[in-house]
Design a protein around this ligand. Structure first.
Ligand SMILES: *Cc1c(COP(=O)(O)O)cnc(C)c1O
Length: 311
């Protein structure tokens, strides 16, 4: 969140306008809705994967446009090159949170974005043992971000920096394995009768598959979302029935973990907002790890058998 604040704050002043994806990470939305709104910076939230809506919103000036290259939990994908052109036309900068895709799959600066941020707590560290962020931009913007961070005192500890530098050495290897596993897990889930739908950008049926294939390299990331038949009750039986895959508030560990967005990351939303975002009680978001693929699918089978069993 320090990196995100340092990407958004520089240069913003009272009366400026921000345009943001409606499915941003909760605290990013909270930063825009809370402190920034109180200081006189208004944010328009909308579906930035909708090209026509994005174009309409960016006909008026905007100082900052904020989007995620793969958004949680529906794994929807915006057209970064297009948004960069629109943001620049509106006189602003495009900030891309690239946490889920990582630089292994997506390089937003090469697509025209101005600032890229990562929660290094996730894939850069890769072992769920650090809290850190990263910001990538040209030297002039990095100078502004640095000044912002030192003024607000948001800095990572030396030990977390060291763990992250070590984690990054295996980023490509971990991503290669995890996203290959995720592709197979998504295809496996697609065939299970207990599963209503699977959302993974690597599946031909995903609404943004073509866009993701054009914009990403070497695969589609390691997050896989699916909806169980039987809603929240089935999701609860599924989670309790798993033997290896753990329920975790974070993601991107070397081990496969899962989250139940309706009850965790998106519990603060109203039922109507969750419905608008397509987040039902039966929705599960897997963060696929680097284990042997058969160990992941075997555990999913155990959970699915429980999910469909009468309680
Ligand atoms: C976790 C996460 C964040 C926040 O990162 P912290 O390291 O917890 O501050 C921001 N954006 C995305 C997409 C995330 O998944």
């Amino acid at each position: 969140m320090a990196a995100i604040a340092a990407a958004i704050l520089p240069g913003l002043k009272q009366g400026d306008r921000v345009v943001a994806g409606h499915d941003l990470y909760g605290k990013t939305a909270a930063l825009l809705r809370g402190p920034l709104a109180a200081l006189g910076v208004q944010t328009q939230f909308l579906d930035l994967t909708d090209d026509a809506a994005a174009e309409q919103a960016l006909r008026e000036p905007a100082a900052v446009v904020v989007v995620e290259s793969i958004a949680n939990p529906r794994l929807r994908v915006p057209d970064i090159a297009r948004l960069a052109v629109l943001a620049h036309g509106a006189g602003g900068r495009l900030v891309v949170d690239n946490t889920f895709a990582t630089p292994y799959h997506c390089r937003p600066l090469a697509l025209g974005a101005d600032v890229v941020v990562h929660s290094g707590t996730k894939y850069f560290g890769g072992h769920s043992d650090v809290t850190i962020g990263a910001l990538v931009a040209d030297a002039a913007f990095v100078g502004l971000a640095r000044a912002t961070l030192s003024t607000f005192g948001a800095s990572a500890s030396p030990f977390d920096c060291w763990l992250t530098a070590r984690g990054i050495k295996t980023l490509a290897l971990r991503m290669e394995r995890a996203s290959a596993n995720a592709q197979r897990v998504a295809e496996f889930l697609l065939k299970q009768p207990e599963v209503l739908r699977v959302e993974y950008p690597g599946l031909a049926g995903h609404e943004h598959h073509a866009r993701a294939a054009a914009q990403f390299e070497r695969g589609f990331g390691a997050m896989v979302t699916f909806e169980l038949r039987g809603g929240e009750a089935a999701a609860s039986r599924f989670v309790r029935g798993l033997q290896r895959i753990r329920f975790a508030p974070s993601l991107a560990d070397v081990s496969t973990t899962l989250s139940h967005p309706a009850k965790t990351s998106h519990r603060g939303y109203s039922a109507a907002q969750r419905e608008a975002l397509g987040i039902s009680g039966g929705l599960i978001r897997l963060s696929v790890g680097i284990e042997h693929e058969a160990d992941i699918t075997a555990d999913l089978c155990t959970g699915l058998a429980r999910a469909s069993a009468a309680s």
